[in-house]
Design a protein around this ligand. Structure first.
Ligand SMILES: [Zn+2]
Length: 106
């Protein structure tokens, strides 16, 4: 497997290219915006939710409302339905300090 080629093909995936930039989420307003974006992508079939494993919170993403309530520590994982690239939405909501949207290393 040519890893450089595989990396390039992932980079060039048009479906999830808008999600491949790591972004800081500022405060609860930013979090609400990030959740809305992710929900739209899931609704459109661009991303699908994946199991966040032991870090999974108590609220499933489909039950999550963009304006809360949230878990104190919120982690949701997604993958691109086209190229399989994985993404993670994480935030610390207890102090409202924000979080990150980030592609995950595979
Ligand atoms: Zn993709």
């Amino acid at each position: 497997m040519d890893t450089k080629k595989a990396m390039l093909s992932r980079m060039s995936c048009k479906r999830c290219s808008a999600f491949q930039t790591r972004r800081h989420i500022w405060g609860l307003q930013g979090l609400s915006y990030a959740i809305t974006n992710a929900k739209m992508a899931v609704a459109e079939g661009v991303l699908s939710e994946t199991d966040a494993g032991p870090m999974a919170g108590t609220i499933t993403f489909s039950d999550l409302h963009p304006n809360g309530p949230y878990d104190d520590l919120l982690i949701y994982s997604f993958k691109c339905t086209n190229c399989g690239r994985q993404f993670q939405l994480s935030a610390e909501t207890y102090h409202g300090s924000g979080g990150n949207w980030a592609p995950r290393a595979i």
